[in-house]
Write a protein that binds this ligand. Sequence first.
Ligand SMILES: *Cc1c(COP(=O)(O)O)cnc(C)c1O
Length: 398
Amino acid sequence: MENIDLHLIDQQYYLPTFKRIPITLVKGEGSKLWDIEGKEYTDLLAGIAVTNVGHCHPKVVKAIQDQASELMHISNFFVSPMQVALSELLVKISGMNRVFFTNSGAESVEGAIKIARRYAHSKGRGGKIISMENSFHGRTLATIATGQAKYQEGFGPMPSGFAQVPFNDLEAIKRELSDDVAAIILEPIQGEGGIRPASPTYIKELAVLCEKEDVVLIFDEIQSGIGRTGHWFAKDYFGITPDILTSAKGLGNGMPIGALLCNEKIAGAIHFGDHGTTFGGNPLATAASIATLKVIIDEHLVKEAKEKGDWLKSELIKLQQKYPSIREVRGLGMMLGVELDSPALPVMQALLEQGFIANATAVNVLRLVPAMNIPKRDLKNFLSAFEQILITKENKND
Ligand SMILES: *Cc1c(COP(=O)(O)O)cnc(C)c1O
């Protein structure tokens, strides 16, 4: 079947939630993707910060194949060697104490909200959750209640017990604080909100405040985690350990798996039967995740993400100095955003025509979240394509 036919059938049957790019992708390898017509693309989006070690990394593929033929699913009533190994590994790389496995980012955040509330109730506090403006924590009811108003429209009534404050504003949090507040949730680097890092002093003061007031601090590292920022988690850049940390996206390199991690203080409020999942952490998903983390460790990709990300950022800043269309370059490691003076969508489309997949977010921001092991040559090719597009754009503006 041809691209156009597939696109038409897709439009007929798939719930019109995503405005699709009319390209059918059929194969991936490392930082490359191919569409059904054989056109090659360089991928700087990595399935939205998911395929951190590249498409179809042979070690991840082999782990999935081996596990699929051995045992795929057993329920969480039983122990599996793969899940045990992943628990141990995740606790080790995160510095947290306990883990619970989920199937997605939103599910990790839902679990985080539940266990934060459970802890707060055990201390006689209310269940209110404070989140940040411009945040993104998922598309389930509780996670849209923490997020931007545009995702809530028409889906009311919203669950109660949520409040929002401006990002990077400690005073705004202090004004909201009371015995009603269970937790504060934030992305240490806002992803969908346009790659906006928190200020280090804000994060440090926030951690001190939460400790003092016994308010649970939740870091949503679904996008910023698993090495992408040049640290295992962005929390390590800030030197802060939250009470709860959520993960997903890059955790399985494309296998749907998420996790929430917490410290012993929070774990102490959780008892048998308090939370659950059927699929979460099954042998197949955990095998893929272990293989992914091992690749990151064995191939030193956290360091590579930092070095290559720093280099890419400095090259983008050079472009910014030449082309006023670029307002700002933000981000850490391989999680970068280029804010333009106009919507990023036409730039994204121009890149796509030239065989580069990037993403437009928060209207004016071009988001770059490639695989951590993308060859430098691919990034150089992207930079020259991007520069040509900027030149064309600015000529049109004149
Ligand atoms: C993508 C994302 C989510 C939601 O993850 P899903 O797997 O789509 O549910 C939550 N938080 C952050 C920070 C994200 O980037």
